[in-house]
Design a protein around this ligand. Structure first.
Ligand SMILES: [Zn+2]
Length: 356
């Protein structure tokens, strides 16, 4: 899922192209992509773009008359910039916005259509799409510490929860935790002042550096290669490869469709955390798929539920797959003699008895 650095670069590119321009024509190719009822997207035709803003992982395009088009790319949604209106929209095209200088296309690969467009009126309408997470690049260390430690969570969950921090997902949270030399399953209330400071600095450095890097890569062009797996990432998407700091093989914790990557030497004191079995212990405090988390909390549940019925009992909520595989995997992780940190396990069990 495009995160803060990707979204920021998208917004730069859009600002250079559509700020001040008039939307001549809008076409919703995939009717499912529009999740709001009123105002209809067509009301934007003829209006000028006044501003662009990032709202967590969303892109908000502000038009005249205080109307906003809010785009959420979710996992597979991408933006494309084309010179002219296509004769026939491509198979992945969900929507087209035509300006006098080019066409902005929202595309979505795959069969799970999750990318969304909302058209809303005014700041009040926009506020409904603001999950309230702290903007870490603008926040003081004190505000960061307060937001992060308000509730007890694993660090992985706290970093990726859009109600706690804005714009951070699975990829950059892995990178941030590696930079801060902290375990993804460390609990937020177990952080001392030094660890909190390292984490704050790591968030700012990783997000700042990657934004600069992606900006330089797109070099004034429109960002076409937006991916969660970037060349140059330290741990994310690098399972089994050497840590760039210490050379140890990068490990992973898998949960549903999600995978967390970490370096056992830099981050967990040399311990390899049990993969699937740990995931099961942590399930209450683990981001499932990030989009699942967002969907669950978004307040637009009904519209989404209609599109994608929730997993039924006995199915994995992240993938919809039956949970039959659980037992053999548990045996496998036992055989591998991987152990989780004793204290993490105990805490995880404690959480289990205390439903949220
Ligand atoms: Zn390392």
């Amino acid at each position: 899922m495009p995160e803060l650095p990707d979204i920021s670069v998208y917004i730069d590119s859009l600002e250079a192209r559509i700020a001040g321009r008039r939307l001549e024509r809008i076409r919703i190719v995939s009717p499912f992509v529009v999740r709001s009822v009123e105002p209809a997207p067509e009301v934007l035709e003829g209006l000028r773009v006044e501003r662009l803003e990032r709202l967590g992982k969303r892109i908000a395009i502000g038009f005249e008359q205080d109307l906003w088009l809010v785009l959420h790319l979710m996992i597979a949604g991408r933006l494309r910039w084309r010179a002219r209106w296509p004769q026939r929209p491509g198979r992945q095209t969900a929507a087209l916005l035509g300006f006098d200088n080019g066409v902005l296309a929202l595309t979505e690969a795959g069969t799970k259509k999750r990318a969304s467009i909302h058209v809303v009126r005014g700041r009040d309408g926009l506020a409904e799409h603001d999950r309230g997470g702290l903007e870490v690049l603008e926040a003081s260390p004190q505000a960061f510490a307060a937001a992060l430690t308000r509730r007890r969570h694993t660090l992985k969950r706290a970093l990726t929860d859009p109600r706690i921090l804005s714009g951070i997902g699975n990829a950059y949270s892995d990178e941030i935790l590696h930079r801060a030399r902290l375990s993804p399953v460390r609990l937020t209330d177990a952080l001392d002042a030094g660890a909190l400071e390292r984490l704050y600095e790591a968030c700012r450095c990783v997000l700042g550096e990657w934004t600069e890097r992606l900006r330089a890569e797109s070099a004034g062009g429109f960002p076409e290669k937006v991916t969660a797996f970037r060349e140059g990432m330290a741990v994310h998407g690098r399972y089994g490869e050497p840590c760039p700091v210490c050379g140890t093989k990068i490990q992973r914790i898998r949960y549903a469709a999600n995978e967390t990557n970490y370096c056992p030497r830099c981050q967990t004191g040399g311990r390899v955390l049990a993969d699937r079995s740990l995931s099961r212990l942590l399930k209450r405090d683990w981001p499932r798929t990030i989009d699942e988390l967002e969907r669950r909390e978004s307040g637009h549940r009904r519209a989404d539920a209609e599109l994608e019925p929730r997993a039924t009992k006995g199915e994995d909520p992240g993938t919809g797959r039956a949970r039959r595989a659980a037992k053999p995997e548990a045996a496998e992780s036992g055989r591998r003699e991987v152990t989780s940190r004793p204290d993490d396990t105990r805490v995880a069990k404690g959480r289990r008895r205390r439903p949220e």
